[in-house]
Design a protein around this ligand. Structure first.
Ligand code: M6R
Length: 589
């Protein structure tokens, strides 16, 4: 939710900021803006829409430092006026924010009483006026920012640029902020590590409630006390990965196709590397897996495989529904958090609550250097490389592959798991062909007229049904509902009407008969059935070929949904990489 960047250094400041925003665009793409400082003052330019080629009307070439922001709107519509950064009335400083000022109405009315006039409908403007008010009292810019910040309630990360002191002052609280130290002495400050890749040699991850001042040097302070803190620099070995579409029309298709490689990377952990976590899992009384959205479905699949294969007592939870479980949690338990970004507010919140009960935290995260990884006792990476499309595809399957490896390693079958994943990877390579794409494109044309769809599955296919439905909702904006085959007769069947499309995920397993009979039942009531499976069957009106992945069907059977959502999205003229209303990293609650 929103990407923030600041830069002080040599070179073209505006270009550096715009490039950083482009790398973080997946964090929000309603509107964007830059504020750069030249000898003449602060220049601000804002645009509505995605950053795209990042062209500005008159970018100053002599800027010395600057800040920029890509927005996912919370308060106030998507307009140029509401876009960040916001300039103070006297044009002395500019502010950009990632978060929500929960008490902004109270602050606004108190500031209005002091004579401040509001031009935007954002909560950010409150911060601008508050800083201005504090500045009148304390005269020191960084102190004014700190004091203003102390009045804000909510998860807020802010960045400011001050003309008079030639400083960037930022505070992290809730959403991430990482300082990249460049070899030539320059400093890049960003919401995630992507803008720093290939540029910074060392980084400093700010913790919540820390304030950074960037002028000739970089200094960090505790927000509460204002006391200086030690600057912890660590090596940054995030090799620059080309963030391009590699010839594909969209990141989504590229990332779907990449899964033939990424699932293998995810299981490149040796058994020794997994051992510390395995010991902790075996010791735990109850293991909880937790995540949000797609990551919650990955957490569900991982929990299931740990139960079925490793026979461990594992319970999957939705991050935002953890509260009723908290009284049951103690230091005897372990929580495995699953996340692509490692910055999801709901997941971090759940982890924080469990941590307070003494629960051991493990995580599987895709992004390097995330808050979640840094706060985990056992931190693993899904190693899929940057996932740019807002809808998660390759991170999801990588996490499933890692979960399978973990479960199999627990029962002494580490090598076998790696070999099985290797085989699936090969099969995927054979699946991603023009023939498959054409078939799904044709299906997308056929399905475009429908608004309501259902998908049924059982056991591992149940989670696939949920994730498949989410993918289609995100990319096509169509109503696609996933449920367990077992649930059908308990109410859902009432929705089936003449021609209703119902998908069935059919594995070559003990649940095959259940899903097939569910399809037969809906067909008898007029549904048009679509079978996602390796072979055609008399119960299907339409057969959608999928790879038989055996124990790894959770990986192979989600792929047709990913592809179908992509082609159906294209059919609808949607941008699959940037679905409406969504942002990749949901850092607000
Ligand atoms: O970064 P995370 O994996 O923690 O994100 C969790 C969800 O917000 C995310 O999976 C969301 O559901 C995606 N848009 C799914 O495609």
């Amino acid at each position: 939710m929103c990407g923030i960047i600041g830069f002080k250094g040599t070179g073209l400041v505006t270009a550096e900021l715009v490039e950083g925003l482009q790398r973080m665009e997946y964090r929000g793409y309603d509107s964007w803006g830059v504020a750069v400082m030249t000898k003449k003052g602060i220049f601000v330019e804002k645009k509505v829409g995605a950053i795209g080629d990042g062209k500005l009307e008159q970018p100053p070439v002599d800027a010395l430092l600057g800040i920029a922001h890509t927005r996912w709107a919370t308060h106030g519509g998507v307009t140029k006026t509401n876009a960040h950064p916001h300039l103070s009335k006297d044009k002395r400083f500019a502010v950009a924010q990632n978060g929500i000022v929960e008490n902004y109405l109270e602050l606004k009315s108190s500031l209005q009483k002091q004579g401040y006039q509001f031009k935007t409908s954002t909560d950010t403007e409150v911060i601008v006026h508050l800083i201005d008010a504090k500045l009148k009292q304390v005269k020191i810019f960084a102190e004014a920012v700190r004091l203003a910040f102390l009045e804000l309630i909510g998860r807020n990360t802010i960045i400011t640029l001050d003309q008079q002191t030639e400083q960037i002052v930022a505070i992290r609280n809730g959403s991430p902020l990482v300082i990249g130290h460049l070899p030539d002495g320059g400093v890049l400050l960003a919401s995630d590590t992507l803008p720093l890749a290939g540029k910074a040699r060392t980084v400093t991850y700010l913790d919540d409630q820390q304030l950074v001042v960037i002028n000739d040097k970089v200094s960090v302070f505790a927000v509460k006390t204002g006391k200086p803190l030690k600057l912890h620099q660590q090596k940054f070995d995030f090799i620059e990965q080309k963030i391009d579409k590699a010839g594909f029309d969209h990141f989504m298709l590229k990332e779907i196709v990449e899964q033939q490689y990424t699932i293998k990377e995810a299981v490149s952990y040796s058994d020794q590397e997994l051992l510390p976590l395995i010991k902790a899992l075996k010791k735990a009384r109850t293991i909880y897996t937790v995540g949000a959205g797609t990551a919650a479905f990955a957490a569900g699949q991982i929990a299931r495989v740990l139960r079925v294969v490793a026979k461990l007592p594992v319970q999957e939870l939705k991050a935002y529904e953890i509260d009723s479980y908290l009284p049951l949690m103690s230091a005897k338990d372990l929580l495995l958090a699953v996340s692509q970004s490692g910055e999801t507010a709901d997941t971090l919140d759940a982890v924080g609550k469990a941590q307070k009960r003494g629960v051991t935290i493990a995580s599987i995260v895709n992004m390097i250097g995330s808050t979640l990884s840094r706060g985990s006792q056992y931190a693993y990476l899904s190693r899929s490389g940057p996932e740019i499309c807002v809808a998660s595809t390759k991170a999801y399957t990588a996490q499933l592959a890692w979960g399978y490896l973990l479960a199999m390693t627990i029962i002494g079958k580490h090598k076998q798991a790696q070999a099985e994943i290797g085989k699936v990877a090969k099969k995927l390579k054979g699946y991603f062909t023009d023939q498959t794409f054409r078939q799904l494109q044709k299906l997308a044309i056929d399905l475009a007229k429908h608004e309501h769809f259902f998908v049924i599955g059982k056991a591992q296919h149940f989670y696939t049904a949920l994730e498949g439905a989410l993918k289609i909702k995100e990319i096509t904006y169509k109503h696609f509902e996933g449920f367990s085959a077992g649930e059908l007769k308990h109410g859902v069947i009432a929705l089936i009407d003449q021609g209703t499309p119902v998908f069935g995920i059919v594995g070559n397993d003990q649940y095959q008969a259940d899903v097939l009979s569910a399809l037969a039942e809906v067909r008898a009531r007029g549904a048009r059935t679509f079978g996602i499976t390796a072979r055609p069957n008399e119960f299907f009106d339409v057969h959608i070929p999928a790879i038989d992945g055996g124990n790894l069907d959770s990986i192979t059977k989600i792929i047709p949904f990913q592809l179908l959502s992509y082609f159906l999205g294209i059919q609808q003229k949607n941008n699959p990489d940037k679905p409406r209303n969504l942002a990749k990293s949901v850092t607000v609650k």
